[in-house]
Design a protein around this ligand. Structure first.
Ligand SMILES: [Zn+2]
Length: 257
């Protein structure tokens, strides 16, 4: 059975490998099909209007594609499409038509390139999920703060479980965080440092204190040195309650729900 092709079956023409982190599918030999959503979710990324570009690399190699974020935090991605039937932010149901197979991007013959990504946006072997539900996400999301005075990373804590990361009285100058996208405001430089995600790097500049934090899709708050916990924040924008912190005041702890 296939949960991603309308007719309900698929033939695998390209397996998941270390250098090909998806599976390639057709309906049967040389036969194409309409593509359907694997599970309920929200369309988070769409590319359309592209032709065949065999030399394309990175995201452009996908050609026209649809990426869906599912309710358990996993993603599915459908690439090399000829037609796309959905748009970004649209909610889709399992089995809903989302596009038609094609040869766009870095492709040598029309097929579907199908990926499954975990909530950290890491590609996992999708073969099993061609006819199964996506797994439940039960990995603990951890975070960690760097003590600017003691100059080391404080112990990891778990989102929603442990109290906070930090060491009251000592400013923090770096934050490591799983899963969520985070950026911090550098007190000394007076600007926001780049977003980091998926623990690829830490947010901060270990020499400088932090006076603002933004985390996408999370509820978070910070503690001001020699002060109090500020209000919980659950959005990210330019308004005063779109970040946690007070410009010019050092943060010495952070808590994420
Ligand atoms: Zn492929």
């Amino acid at each position: 059975m296939s949960r991603v092709l309308l007719n309900g079956v698929n033939q695998i023409t390209g397996r998941y490998l270390s250098n090909h982190k998806g599976v390639d599918l057709v309906k049967k030999t040389n036969q194409l099909d309409t593509i359907i959503a694997h599970s309920d979710g929200v369309v988070v990324n769409v590319k359309k209007g592209l032709g065949n570009t065999p030399m394309a690399t990175n995201t452009a190699s996908y050609g026209n594609f649809v990426k869906i974020k599912h309710d358990n935090g996993y993603y599915t991605l459908y690439a090399h499409l000829k037609d796309v039937y959905v748009k970004e932010t649209q909610r889709v149901k399992k089995g809903e038509k989302i596009g038609y197979m094609g040869n766009s991007g870095n492709s040598y013959g029309a097929h579907l390139h199908f990926e499954v990504r975990n909530p950290l946006d890491e590609r996992i072997d999708p073969t099993y999920y061609l006819d199964h539900d996506l797994p439940n996400f039960n990995r603990a999301i951890k975070y960690q703060a760097y003590d600017k005075v003691k100059k080391y990373w404080l112990p990891e804590v778990i989102v929603g479980k442990d109290d906070y990361a930090g060491n009251f009285g000592n400013p923090i100058s770096g934050i490591y965080l799983d899963y969520y996208k985070i950026r911090v405001h550098d007190l000394n430089k007076g600007y926001w440092l780049p977003w980091v995600t998926n623990r690829s790097d830490y947010a901060g500049n270990l020499n400088n204190s932090i006076d603002g934090v933004q985390i996408e899709n999370a509820t978070y708050r910070v503690h001001i040195k020699n002060g109090n916990w500020l209000s919980w924040v659950n959005k990210v924008d330019d308004t005063a309650d779109g970040y946690a912190g007070i410009y010019g005041k050092e943060i010495d702890a952070i808590q994420i729900k």
